[in-house]
Design a protein around this ligand. Structure first.
Ligand code: GLY
Length: 383
């Protein structure tokens, strides 16, 4: 694999979806081109910027100025941060604000924020006036490599995560990697779990490259753009082949069946960020695959070692408060997994590993095997 040694200007990744194709533009300071790009895409469009309070503090004035310079009128809609905003109540607020701002079908919604904002603003754009186009300006690593690409939008139901939503592709993604400089190390690390996921599920060479180059990704060198672009290319290719997740797109859920249950068990709180849940979930998926005789124990250990090397939690016991507050028992985790969208006619779907770089969809995993595995993992003493 060619490793770029110098920053080389913006990288454009095409999401090849026919008449709904769009570009992901990746690079330092590409946010400055947002006005020009929007003007070229939708001449005369007005823009509603949906963002959260924390992102607004850092970036809203800048984005408003960039749009104004391009002669684009904008209206900001600012919501609270975090998963608590992915609710019916906040969705209603955003929809009503879009209608009050007279955002019409030819206008645009800009989702300026992390995964929560992209999901919420994208879903509001999908349903107001039966569909308004939207642009993703992801401000977290997790959103840049995963949630801003592929058109999954939605909110949480009291009964489970992301259970209400739609597929609504953005018309453009602008991923400015310098925006990531304001993330906390913990947020950046959580996003990195999704980067590592692309190597583990489908690209062994990329996984090896991450093992060698992760420090440069964290310090913001050219390796960061390369890692984000490689992740986006991997996701774009899968989404182009299976937009609605009737098949291989499910591979992108590696680590998510366990991960979502762990997020639910910790109340979607700061105890476990989504990416941290994916990290623990990915290690559980690798170890469960090894227990089923699929991936070798050495490869499963290699996945765990890499995620631990960047400081991510990899064991249930690493989850904040495990010793003090505990975690759900195996039956509760099983019940939480059964509520996930990845259940088909009562059967759990897991993404399992045959080797690093080769994930498979397993639709027929015996619940007793999962339960026994979890009982063992909950009881284990970490090394
Ligand atoms: N985050 C998984 C997907 O977009 O399909």
């Amino acid at each position: 694999m060619t490793v770029p040694l110098k920053n080389s200007g913006p990288i454009t990744v095409d999401v090849a979806l026919g008449e709904r194709a769009y570009d992901i533009v990746i690079g330092r300071d590409v946010i400055g081109s947002l006005g020009g790009r929007i003007k070229a895409l939708r001449p005369g469009a007005r823009v509603a910027i949906v963002t959260d309070r924390t992102v607004a503090k850092h970036w809203l004035a800048r984005v408003e100025a960039i749009l104004a310079e391009a002669g684009i009128e904008s209206k900001a809609i600012v919501v609270g941060e975090g998963e608590a905003s992915k609710t019916y109540g906040v969705l209603q607020e955003v929809c009503e604000a879009l209608i009050a701002a007279k955002i019409e079908r030819n206008d645009l919604v800009v989702a300026l924020g992390g995964g929560v904002i992209g999901d919420l603003a994208g879903f509001a754009a999908a349903i107001v006036r039966r569909g308004i186009d939207f642009v993703q300006v992801p401000t977290s690593l997790l959103a840049q490599v995963d949630s801003s690409v592929g058109g999954k939008t939605g909110i949480n139901s009291p009964q489970g995560k992301n259970l209400v939503g739609s597929f609504h592709q953005p018309v453009l993604v602008v991923a400015d990697t310098s925006v990531l400089d304001t993330l906390s190390p913990r947020q950046f690390r959580a996003g990195y779990a999704e980067v590592a996921k692309y190597g583990v599920l489908g690209d062994a060479a990329f996984f090896g490259w991450l093992e060698a180059n992760h420090a440069d990704i964290f310090s913001g060198g050219a390796a960061r753009e390369h890692a984000i672009a490689t992740s986006c290319r991997a996701k774009a290719a899968i989404v182009a082949r299976d937009e609605r997740e009737t098949g291989e797109r499910a591979l992108l859920n590696l680590g998510h069946t366990f991960g979502h249950a762990l997020e639910a068990a910790t109340g979607f709180s700061d105890r476990l960020f989504h990416g941290e849940g994916v990290s623990v979930g990915m290690v559980l998926a690798a170890e469960f695959s090894a227990a089923l005789g699929m991936i070798s124990r050495d490869d499963a250990a290699r996945v765990q070692r890499h995620l631990a090397a960047v400081g991510l939690p990899t064991h249930l016991q690493d989850i904040a408060g495990f010793q003090q507050e505990g975690l759900a028992d195996a039956d509760t985790l099983m019940a939480l997994m059964a509520q996930d969208k990845k259940v088909k006619r009562g059967k759990l779907t897991f993404i399992l590993l045959e080797k690093i770089g080769q994930a498979v969809i397993a639709n027929d995993v015996a619940p007793t095997a999962v339960r026994d595995f979890l009982v063992d993992k909950l009881a284990r003493k970490p090394d």
